[in-house]
Design a protein around this ligand. Structure first.
Ligand code: TYD
Length: 206
């Protein structure tokens, strides 16, 4: 595959969407074709799964069912959107991906890092990001920015603390494929840090 795959990860209220927009605009200006997408979602069937898995009416949904639904949405998303884009040579910017499953379901729900990672690797036939950008924020600050909590956001703060540790652990295991950014910085400072790293990675491939 000739494209480049960037995933944005982080806790609730870390400012991912703002930074994805800024990065996508910067890359488009540099002449790249960008596919901006999100998880769970990105295709009609995956968006339908999203409306189930985030629905506050389903509080207490079985953890394994939850993990399978996220993985199912991801499999469909990769098959229909992400893999074709990478095969065309586009740059994919995706809001959340496998590390969200590993951190929320594997660590937060205690289903196990390996199990959850293997499930998504199977669902996506081994489609992993070239670079994962983690916007790191204290959950107390991030959650204070959330207006109408969905089913995951409504989990207690301890859950979100363990999710944060999940992201940081994954990043520490493979620093060459991660950028961890302190999301307490200003929007411009965060954007500059992300741009510098992404430009370097894409430049090295050119
Ligand atoms: P979303 O509204 O996209 O969250 P945000 O705006 O914070 O990115 O909702 C996605 C929610 O689903 C978020 O709480 C994280 C959670 N999630 C998982 O638990 N597992 C996953 O695999 C994915 C992709 C998301």
């Amino acid at each position: 595959m000739t494209g480049y795959f960037i995933a944005f990860e982080g806790g609730e209220g870390a400012g991912k969407s703002t930074q994805e927009g800024l990065l996508a605009a910067h890359l488009a200006e540099s002449g790249h074709v960008i596919v901006r997408t999100r998880e769970p979602g990105g295709t009609p069937a995956s968006e339908a799964i999203r409306s189930v898995v985030l629905n506050p009416e389903f509080t207490g949904l079985d953890s394994r069912a939850e993990a399978l639904l996220f993985a199912a949405a991801r499999g469909e998303h990769v098959a229909r959107v992400i893999r074709p884009a990478l095969e065309r040579g586009d740059v994919v910017v995706c809001d959340r991906y496998i590390d969200s499953s590993v951190s929320y379901q594997g660590v937060g729900r205690e289903l196990g890092i390996e199990t959850i990672r293997d499930l998504s690797i199977w669902a996506t036939q081994d489609c992993v990001p070239d670079l994962t950008i983690v916007l790191d924020v204290d959950p107390a600050l991030g959650l204070s920015r959330v207006a109408n909590p969905d089913r995951m956001e409504a989990e207690p703060i301890e859950f979100h603390r363990s999710v944060r540790q999940g992201f940081l652990t994954l990043a520490a295991l493979d620093p060459s494929r991660y950028l961890v950014v302190d999301a307490r910085q200003t929007i411009d400072e965060i954007a500059a840090e992300i741009r510098t790293r992404v430009d370097a990675e894409l430049g090295a491939r050119a």
